[in-house]
Design a binder for this molecule. Structure first.
Ligand code: ADP
Ligand code: MG
Ligand code: MG
Length: 354
């Protein structure tokens, strides 16, 4: 019998629309000849309120590519899963950002005791939180920018301590610019570049409206290069790719407006640098306890040859045009093969009792 693959897409996240496009690409790959003989796809769309939809409704969303318009629903409805969820052999969550990439869905799937693609609760949660991620990277000896962790309550609760907080940040990071980020988001949502004390104050206030945990980083001028990792404990790294763009930094608009960003695969880099990046990508993957897949992003300071790790994304964009599958295509693994490999890795990891 064919394995029933539960494809989870959409999600209560700012990256809802991207997830629909990723879901479509994966559903198409599962329908390719080599995969169709082994797998049957049962899609489950999670709407922007977090409500799960039946495979019929979910197929319509996949076909149209359009998010469902939802009115507010009661919390109880969140837990009324479609009955078809009971028959799934392996889950493929392709949810980006909060409530999908952060360990929450992974906790639910772990409780179901059914294998699922990608990282477990720990790897997902550590990989999502930029402060915990950086703590794990530091422990693994990976070079990164200087940073300071701040909480929303430090920013908002007492106006008298705010100048002291900014003084402390400046004392630790030195010269501007800084990057101020909510710790648990993606797609550059809530991130600003601060070039002065006044901009730092505005940026902190803005980031605090997205998350309780905030990170302030020293800004670097560097090329942005990325590496894809595939595997479990013995993971492999792809060729390295580069993103280039004309905007000030790789912000939300640049990420999602056609033609704003360019991917170069493989990146034009000295072989020694590419090799170092690949080795660092695997170390980062293991440092956060990731599994299955991750895209690891770096800053390459050409003038000094220095490579700094920026972040890991445990459920990276997975559309036909996304960096992750393109890096594997350039490394000899086609999109449909990649989807097959990920499902096999999920089964393998589950078989080890994880
Ligand atoms: P996200 O998880 O939302 O992608 P990132 O930490 O990758 O957040 O930041 C988004 C973008 O902001 C990066 O791709 C880069 O262009 C810019 N950026 C982030 N941090 C720094 C930094 N410390 N120095 C220079 N640019 C940065
Ligand atoms: Mg990210
Ligand atoms: Mg990023």
């Amino acid at each position: 019998a064919k394995l029933r693959v539960g494809l989870l897409f959409g999600g209560r996240s700012g990256e809802h629309e991207v997830s629909i496009v990723s879901g479509r690409a994966i559903a198409r790959a599962l329908a390719e000849e080599s995969n169709a003989a082994q797998y049957e796809t049962i899609p489950f769309y999670i709407d922007k309120e977090g409500c799960w939809h039946s495979p019929e409704v979910s197929r319509q969303v996949l076909d149209s590519g359009e998010a469902l318009a939802v009115q507010g629903i009661s919390a109880a409805a969140l837990w009324q899963f479609p009955p078809e969820t009971a028959s799934i052999d392996v889950w493929f969550p392709i949810l980006h950002g909060p409530n999908g990439e952060d360990g929450t869905i992974q906790g639910l799937l772990s409780l179901m005791r059914v294998p699922f693609v990608g990282s477990g609760v720990l790897g997902s949660a550590v990989g999502m939180d930029k402060l915990m991620m950086k703590t794990a990277f530091a422990e693994a000896g990976l070079a990164q920018v200087n940073y300071v962790g701040v909480t929303r309550s430090q920013i908002w609760s007492n106006p008298c301590v705010f100048p002291t907080l900014c003084d402390d940040i400046e004392a630790q990071l030195g010269n501007y610019p800084y990057f101020v980020k909510p710790a648990n988001l993606g797609s550059s949502v809530g991130i600003s570049k601060a070039r002065s004390r006044a901009e730092l104050e505005t940026a902190l206030d803005n980031a605090a409206s997205y998350d309780r945990r905030i990170i302030v980083e020293a800004g670097v001028t560097a090329r942005e290069v990325e590496c894809a990792v595939l595997g479990n404990d013995r993971a492999q790294a792809s060729v390295v790719g580069e993103i280039s763009f004309n905007s000030d930094f790789y912000d939300y608009e640049t990420k999602y407006t056609d033609g704003r960003a360019n991917l170069a695969i493989p990146a034009e880099l000295p072989a020694e640098v590419a090799e170092r990046l690949r080795e660092m990508a695997i170390r980062a993957f293991l440092a956060v306890d990731a599994a299955g897949l991750s895209r690891v992003d770096f800053f390459y300071v050409e003038a000094t040859g220095e490579v700094l790790i920026n972040e890991i994304n445990t459920l990276p964009g997975f559309t036909a045009l996304s960096m992750y599958p393109q890096l594997w295509a350039a490394s000899g693994v086609s999109f449909p093969q990649l989807v097959d490999r990920l499902i096999r890795l999920a089964l393998e990891r589950h078989g080890e009792g994880l």
